[in-house]
Design a protein. Structure first.
Length: 129
């Protein structure tokens, strides 16, 4: 059994800070679950272009408000606490935060730990450390 608290991983190598977001990676590939789980903050007023070509990601909003726009269909969906979005087709999208959004994000395959977006909003497939 793994017990881990958010407060224990803040400002460690599991706490990844990018320009538009801060991903606190509670479970990583090395934890052996087959998925990773992140407590992610999306900073207020930001827009991020993302496409996870190598992963599937589900994000459950627990705080804040924003929206997600599909770059294929142009559809825009509001995000607020209690809404989940699931990128089951490696969907390219724009993520916008009106207020700071807190998302619980699950990645399959699991993130190794140090991934940040490349210029196309993609995470590489990394081997474990
Ligand atoms: C929603 C999203 O993809 N934001 C970027 C960070 C990512 N969720 C992560 O690594 O936690």
């Amino acid at each position: 059994m793994i017990i881990r608290k958010l407060e224990e991983i803040l400002d460690t190598e599991r706490d990844i800070k990018a320009e538009n977001w801060n991903s606190r990676r509670l479970l990583l590939k090395k934890d052996g679950m087959g998925y990773s789980v992140h407590d992610t903050l999306i900073h207020a007023g930001t827009e991020t272009k993302i496409q996870y070509k190598n992963h599937r990601e589900a994000c459950y909003c627990i705080e804040g408000e924003g929206e997600i726009e599909s770059l294929e269909s142009g559809e825009v969906h509001a995000l607020k606490p209690g809404t989940i979005y699931s990128l089951d087709k490696h969907d390219p999208h724009l993520l916008r935060a009106k207020s700071e959004m807190r998302l619980v994000c699950v990645f399959n395959p699991p993130v190794v730990g140090r991934e940040v977006h490349d210029e196309n909003g993609v995470y590489p497939l990394l081997e474990a450390d």
